[in-house]
Design a protein around this ligand. Structure first.
Ligand SMILES: *Cc1c(COP(=O)(O)O)cnc(C)c1O
Length: 388
């Protein structure tokens, strides 16, 4: 069976986790701060806050920006549910901006139109969460300009995009955003099993996120309202969570981070190989903006629909029969029962819905062998020529 993605674990990775297991601290030791420093340095951000998932990172990012009841948060419909759920955890309303039909990222033109309408209705968003879909950065400059004009904050959901580059700067440097968020789930660029990170250049936001990560407790006298009556003293000043990453996970993350360039190089090479082998088939292949470098989290192709709109389903089943577990990323969020029930107005997002009917993610991961990739391509060839 060939799955759409999986982790690569080296002997070095195993050894670094075992070292922590034999050390004094399994959690709240020295490895989490070292991993935070490693990620901050890698993305050229000032601060990094490690948490137990990408979802938790999105949640504390919203909390630190003050998202609450009565606020609106906008995101892309073509993303994992967590990009929107983080706003709902804070009691805010969610709305969606349709995608760009070629990159599948949130469309800046649609965003501009929607902001103009919302501004006349007095319903501007407090935060917009663009998602770097499949590892290709969004048009961050365009979004940044609009954020100045309409005064909203930007959280980049960069779960797919650790190691990607936008206009020659690394995703996560937060040049055009307030906070960027990464996930270290096993299918992502590097893994800690479960884990996530929020990066920012704003020390105030970083401090708040650290508080929300750990029960709302501070040991810093500067942030206390009372005076410490002893060295044991700490204060809980807000309602936080236990969203901490463990040192075991951070050790895996640090070790994985040291291999990230080879991970991305391999994914890029495999993506180019798909490009070459699939170009003459009736498929729409990934389109990259010239000013970006993708981290190649996903390789998504679109199948031209037949009269019965069964082409994608047929290809998906044909791949299953060849032992290939492709995936579909994603079912548009505004069509999920939860968001239908909680959306303010039912809406049609034409590009997202068209995309969903045609999209399929092919296997792409570090350990995918060229022979296996050829098997995937042969199977697609046979299926699309009608004999599969
Ligand atoms: C993986 C992912 C998340 C959530 O990450 P977890 O670490 O699984 O909580 C959020 N957004 C997107 C776009 C993702 O792909």
């Amino acid at each position: 069976m060939i799955s759409y993605s999986r982790q690569h674990i080296s002997e070095e990775d195993v050894k670094s986790v075992l070292d922590v297991l034999r050390s004094d601290f399994l959690t709240q030791g020295p490895v989490v701060p070292a991993f935070e420093e490693g990620i901050a340095e890698f993305c050229k951000a000032k601060h990094a806050v490690a948490v137990n998932s990408g979802t938790s990172a999105l949640h504390i990012a919203c909390l630190a920006l003050g998202v609450g009841p009565g606020d609106w948060v906008w995101t892309s419909p073509i993303t994992f549910v967590a990009s929107a759920n983080c706003a709902r955890y804070c009691g805010a309303q969610v709305d969606f901006v349709d995608i760009d039909p070629s990159t599948y990222n949130l469309s800046v033109e649609r965003l501009a139109e929607k902001l103009q309408r919302a501004s006349t209705e007095g319903r501007l968003p407090k935060v917009v969460i663009p998602v770097h879909f499949a590892g290709q950065p969004c048009d961050l400059r365009g979004i940044h300009e609009l954020s100045k004009q309409y005064r909203f904050a930007v959280i980049e959901d960069a779960s797919h995009a650790l190691g990607a580059r936008y206009c020659e700067s690394p995703v996560g440097d937060c040049r055009y955003s307030d906070i960027a968020v990464f996930s270290f789930h096993p299918v992502k660029t590097i893994t800690t099993a479960e884990g996530g990170m929020a990066v920012t250049n704003d020390s105030g936001l970083a401090n708040k996120m650290r508080m929300f990560r750990s029960h709302g407790i501070t040991r810093d006298p500067e942030s206390m309202s009372g005076t410490p009556d002893g060295p044991w003293y700490y204060e809980q000043t807000l309602l936080g969570y236990n969203y901490r990453l463990t040192d075991l996970q951070a050790a895996l993350g640090l070790s994985q981070l040291s291999q990230i360039q080879s991970f991305i190089d391999k994914r890029t090479e495999l993506a180019r190989r798909y490009d070459g082998k699939l170009q003459s088939l009736p498929l729409t292949l990934p389109v990259l903006r010239p000013d970006c470098r993708s981290s190649w989290h996903l390789y998504v192709v679109r199948v031209q629909p037949d009269a019965h709109r069964r082409s994608r389903a047929k290809l998906f089943s044909a791949l299953r029969e060849c032992g290939v577990h492709a995936q579909v990323h994603y079912i548009p969020l505004h069509t999920q029962p939860y968001y239908r029930a909680h959306a303010q107005t039912p809406q049609k997002l034409r590009e997202a819905e068209r995309y969903y009917e045609e999209a399929i993610s092919l296997p792409l991961f570090y350990d995918l062998k060229e022979g296996e990739q050829d098997q995937v391509v042969d199977c697609i060839n046979r299926s699309l020529s009608g004999s599969g």
